[in-house]
Design a protein around this ligand. Structure first.
Ligand code: BV8
Length: 238
């Protein structure tokens, strides 16, 4: 395998064909909700019940969503690349659990996860699959009403950012899938990868805001382009 240290970034577009909403496409989550109201600490402080409802609906949506061909193609690629001695790290902006359910193993959820709750009082983080609300009890300290969705809101520091930067600073292949390139620091990762000489690839429905930073792009639905590009890589001795 030509590439030895591979970093793959995913965004909402890879889960679109699984029925999970994207954010900025027509009908996307930020067109039906004000980002300031439901994805900032200030919004949560102002109206926690509204934010809980927003995330409870998305968490409940996980039950009817299933990984699609793109999620499975990534999991199969990770296994094959590893068997050929290459290292693969998957960094996702998504808070759904579809990469896990498709079998991917090395995943960093830089924006957190719907299936996790965090306590603002004791800092505990716990797996959480049902509705979260003001009457929920923290499994760590027992306090009522101290739990919040364990997701990274605007103005908060993404999870795993140091490890992500280390990986991208030394990777030889950076692939970005299904993201608009509008949200930082994720949108800046391609510049970091290209700046240190990695080959950079964008797989997306259409060119993203930072398409110009990529050495290569393949455009179309993720369920078609991801499989095609990964197979070509594996069979080209790439
Ligand atoms: C931070 C919460 C400091 C969970 C989300 C410069 C530098 C650093 C920060 C900033 C900066 N400029 C501005 C900032 C602040 C801010 C920011 O980026 N604002 C934007 C609006 C300008 N960033 C932050 O606050 C971040 N924190 O910076 O801390 C710091 C930084 C580094 C180190 C130390 C300290 C925190 C950002 C996280 C915010 N939380 N979500 C949730 O509710 O989900 S963001 C939200 O947007 C989601 O996480 C989502 O994943 C993310 C990005 O969106 P996309 O995934 O790209 O989705 P989108 O709808 O936009 O695009 C979908 C794409 O898919 C499209 O391109 C479409 O064409 C494509 N597509 C559609 N269908 C398909 C498809 N592709 C293939 N197949 C299909 N079928």
């Amino acid at each position: 395998m030509k590439y030895r240290r591979i970093v793959i970034l995913t965004g909402a577009g890879i889960s679109a064909e699984s029925g999970m909403g994207t954010f900025r496409d027509k009908g996307g989550l930020w067109t039906t909700h004000s980002l300031e109201d439901v994805a900032t600490p200030e919004g949560f402080a102002r109206d926690p019940a509204l934010v809980h409802t927003f995330y409870n609906l998305r968490r409940a949506g996980l039950k009817s969503a299933a990984p699609n061909r793109a999620h499975f193609a990534l999991a199969e690629f990770e296994q094959e690349a590893r068997s050929r001695g290459s290292d693969v790290m998957l960094v996702t902006q998504n808070v759904d659990d579809l990469h896990e359910r498709a079998g991917s193993l090395s995943i960093i959820h830089m924006h957190g996860e719907l299936t996790s709750a965090a306590c603002v009082s004791c800092g505990a983080r716990a797996r959480w699959e049902q509705d979260l609300g003001l009457d929920s009890l923290c499994p760590g300290c027992g306090r009522r009403g101290a739990l919040r969705p364990d997701v990274v809101w605007f103005g908060e520091v993404p999870y795993g950012i140091d490890e992500i930067h280390d990986r991208i600073s030394t990777c030889d292949l950076f692939v970005s899938i299904g993201t608009s390139g509008e949200v930082y620091p994720a949108a800046g990762f391609v510049g970091l990868a290209a700046g240190q000489g990695a080959h950079t690839v964008e797989l997306n429905l259409e060119p993203s805001a930072n398409a110009g930073f990529f050495s290569e792009g393949l455009y179309g639905p993720a369920t078609q382009v991801v499989d095609r590009w990964l197979n070509a890589l594996l069979h080209s001795g790439g």
